[in-house]
Design a protein around this ligand. Structure first.
Ligand code: CP
Ligand code: NVA
Length: 307
């Protein structure tokens, strides 16, 4: 049995296999074919933070695969009132077939997984957002921009950045990260991804100049400057991130026809201008839709690993 907590625990072949299953399921869905591979299975979804895409995609995906999803907000279950993680994990995993968790500290899902009898999926922690990267890479494949990709990530060194680093390190593409001073990526994640990158041939560079990072990039991406849990820092961050908005002038420095990706929700005129977001709306909303297909691929893959 496998959990899906970070991309670090997966080989390149496994990541590509999950994407392939997702693409196959997507093709079936578009043709009106539903293969109920997870019939009668239940996915427990624990949310300690808000969500639009993650909730809708997992719940819809599980239903389309013949199963059922339970939405458990921490306001409704005893976890939010202090029932230990290890007890919650043993109870839920004795009744459900898979668990998806969105929470703050990454150690919470690690502890949950340690006590779980069923696969645990990371639906975002403060440190990583790996399911988003499955959808992002699926989108890159569909648009034919996955080979020889040069990805520029402009913005906060956060859970999305860390997951981009793991994806680049595993798959072997170039990733340039530009953050303002003081908002750099986690040094341990950087060290780990550099180690993996040395084996795969990936090139990961970190800098504080967004123009240098974006120069000649084939894919440009960003994320909110204030993640969930950092709402109090928002005003300060808007000042500190001056010069980091991905706007038309910035996009001009990227390769001609460079693609723009955003995990959403997007904050217009902060990390991205209205015109860049709307100018790339087709790919950005395909990327959002791919959350559904990629995660169906993931759930089917995890189920097959049980043996
Ligand atoms: N991108 C993403 O995870 O969106 P939600 O926060 O809406 O789930
Ligand atoms: N970095 C963002 C991603 C939202 C999908 C956050 O954690 O809020």
């Amino acid at each position: 049995m496998r959990h899906f907590l970070t991309l670090k625990d997966f080989t390149k072949e496994e990541i590509l296999e999950i994407i392939d299953i997702g693409l196959e399921i997507k093709k079936d869905l578009k043709a009106g074919v539903y293969k109920e591979e997870l019939k009668k299975q239940t996915l427990a979804m624990i949310f300690e933070k808000s969500s639009t895409r993650t909730r809708v995609s997992f719940e819809t995906g599980m239903f389309q695969l013949g199963g059922h999803a339970l939405f458990l907000s921490n306001r409704d279950i005893h976890l939010g009132r202090g029932e230990p993680i290890k007890d919650t994990s043993r109870v839920i995993s004795s009744m459900c077939d898979m668990v998806m968790i969105r929470t703050f500290e990454h150690s919470m899902i690690e502890e949950f997984a340690e006590y779980s009898k069923v696969p645990v999926i990371n639906g975002l922690t403060d440190s990583y957002h790996p399911v988003q990267l499955l959808a992002d890479y699926m989108t890159m494949v569909e648009y034919g921009v996955n080979e020889n990709a040069v990805v520029a990530y402009i913005g906060d060194g956060n859970n999305m950045t860390h997951s981009w680093m793991m994806l680049a390190a595993k798959l072997g593409f170039e990733l340039r990260i530009a953050t303002p001073k003081g908002y750099e990526v986690d040094s341990v994640v950087l060290e780990n991804s550099m180690k993996i990158a040395r084996e795969s041939g990936a090139v990961i560079t970190v800098m504080n100049d967004p123009k240098e990072a974006i120069h000649g990039a084939t894919i440009v991406t960003t994320d909110t400057w204030a993640s969930m849990g950092q709402e109090d820092e928002k005003e300060q961050r808007i000042k500190d991130f001056k010069g980091f908005m991905v706007d038309d002038l910035m996009m001009c420095l990227a390769k001609k026809d460079a693609k723009f990706l955003h995990c959403l929700p997007a904050y217009r005129e902060q990390e991205v201008s209205e015109s860049v977001l709307e100018g790339h709306a087709k790919i950005v909303f395909d990327e959002a839709e791919n959350r559904l297909h990629a995660q169906k691929g993931l759930m089917v893959w995890l189920d097959r690993q049980r043996g």
